[in-house]
Design a protein around this ligand. Structure first.
Ligand code: CO8
Length: 386
């Protein structure tokens, strides 16, 4: 007999789209260090005069030791490694063409729909939950909905790296309000909002898209069935992870021509963070969220088979798992995908879930947990159904 009340909603499928290009730490560091040499040569007089500090080289050893990242997938590689550009080359598309963010989300969505053998007509709503939307409107989710031929409704939402957990919670609410199934997608083109000239963070992110299909749990499941035993969300304001890109940017200059937000060199329009402070603040916040959530559901941490955690930093995940379990977690208990994918923001915990769930038996319990800028964190506790 189950100790939990019957879950009313379940996850029936996940999907993944991995971009075709990978950049290893060595490739990234070689490009960064070539940029550093050129910058220091070009600015030799200013450096000599003490007006600016010379740039310092990056290293693969540091990156792997500090973060656990070995490689990352990106939507475009050559532009990132071109030291005169250091940003992916993404051509503007006409309005009539599918946007890139929608395109990768559609690929992940199709993967999930295939897994559960679901047709567009089976889905009532689409949520696009991600850190960076390609534009303000029309919503990327509505474009995805149209590309897939889904009727009903769609909308975008952004809670940074916790977007997927918040998206699942939102999907539950919509199903409880009457929808049969919700498709929740997390397309993340993090490489476009990353400053590849900043040694402190040039290695952190990668691109990917994930999808989750949620379904009312009152009939035979469409695909595999993961009952949702509980969800919990938490936010707490912090400037330690921030990106000031926005529609007011071009109005902000007091004199001179308005800045073009796409080409303005101001780096606060890209991702920036105080990595150490984030680490220190977020570890206790997330471990407490998971521990109290499990406690309130009556689930002993040692009975949890797996923690599919947000993938930002290996040491961070080890700390969180240790705090929750009271001992070190094994790689089976807290799987790592950031070695190959880097930080993919909202998609990270869903990639871990997608790739590391095949060995679950009926009754096994796991925790999906996303966390990041805001700060924001969300946990979703699931149990494999028969
Ligand atoms: N190569 C060599 N040395 C380096 C490098 C480098 N690339 N970078 C820094 N160093 C040096 C520093 O200069 C420093 O030297 P010194 O000791 O002489 O001052 C030394 O290495 C140590 O530097 P740090 O203290 O910065 O290094 P840490 O050990 O703290 O590691 C990390 C840095 C990896 C950033 C780590 O702090 C971390 O991962 N923190 C957690 C961050 C985190 O979880 N952030 C979440 C952000 S994601 C999110 O919320 C989503 C946002 C939306 C996504 C947008 C897409 C772009």
């Amino acid at each position: 007999m189950s100790q939990f009340p019957a879950a009313d909603i379940r996850i029936v499928a996940t999907g993944l789209y991995t971009p075709p290009h990978a950049i290893s730490n060595d490739e990234l560091v070689a490009a960064f260090n070539a940029y550093v040499v050129k910058f220091n040569e070009d600015n030799a007089a200013k450096i000599e005069a003490g007006e600016i500090d010379p740039l310092q080289p990056s290293s693969s050893e540091f990156i792997e030791k500090a973060s656990g990242i070995k490689s990352r997938y990106v939507v475009e590689k050559d532009g990132i490694l071109d030291i005169d550009r250091m940003a992916p080359r993404v051509a503007a598309r006409p309005n009539e063409e599918l946007s890139l963010l929608a395109e990768i989300a559609v690929a992940a969505a199709r993967d999930a729909m295939r897994a559960a053998d679901l047709k567009p007509v089976d889905i009532d709503g689409v949520i696009c939950a991600a850190s960076n939307m390609q534009r303000a409107y029309p919503a990327i989710a509505v474009e995805i909905q149209a590309a897939l031929g889904i009727e009903g409704f769609a909308f975008d939402m952004n809670v940074a790296c916790a977007s997927a957990a918040f998206g699942i919670e939102t999907g539950l609410g919509l199903i409880r309000a009457g929808a049969r199934r919700i498709l929740m997608v997390n397309p993340e083109i993090c490489s476009a909002h990353l400053n590849f000239r900043n040694r402190d963070c040039h290695f952190i992110f990668g691109d990917v898209a994930t999808a989750v299909i949620l379904e009312r749990a009152d009939g035979a499941p469409s695909g595999e069935a993961w009952e949702i035993l509980g969800t919990r969300l938490k936010t707490q304001f912090s400037n330690n992870i921030r990106n000031n890109f926005g529609f007011l940017n071009h109005c902000e200059r007091e004199t001179g021509a308005p800045a073009d937000p796409q080409t303005d060199p101001a780096t606060d329009k890209l991702f920036m963070q105080e990595g150490r402070k984030v680490f220190k603040d977020v570890v206790p916040m997330v471990s407490e969220l998971i521990s109290t959530h499990l406690g309130d559901l009556g689930v002993a941490p040692e009975t949890v088979k797996r923690f599919w955690l947000h993938q930002a930093n290996l040491a961070m995940n080890e700390f969180i798992a240790r705090k929750v379990l009271g001992r070190d977690a094994t790689r089976e208990e807290a799987p790592v995908i950031l070695d190959a994918y880097a930080n993919t923001s909202s998609a990270g915990s869903i990639i871990a879930f997608h790739k590391h769930k095949a060995d679950f038996a009926a009754g096994d319990i796991g925790v999906i947990c996303g966390f990041g800028a805001g700060y924001s964190a969300g946990s979703v506790i699931v149990r494999k159904a028969a």
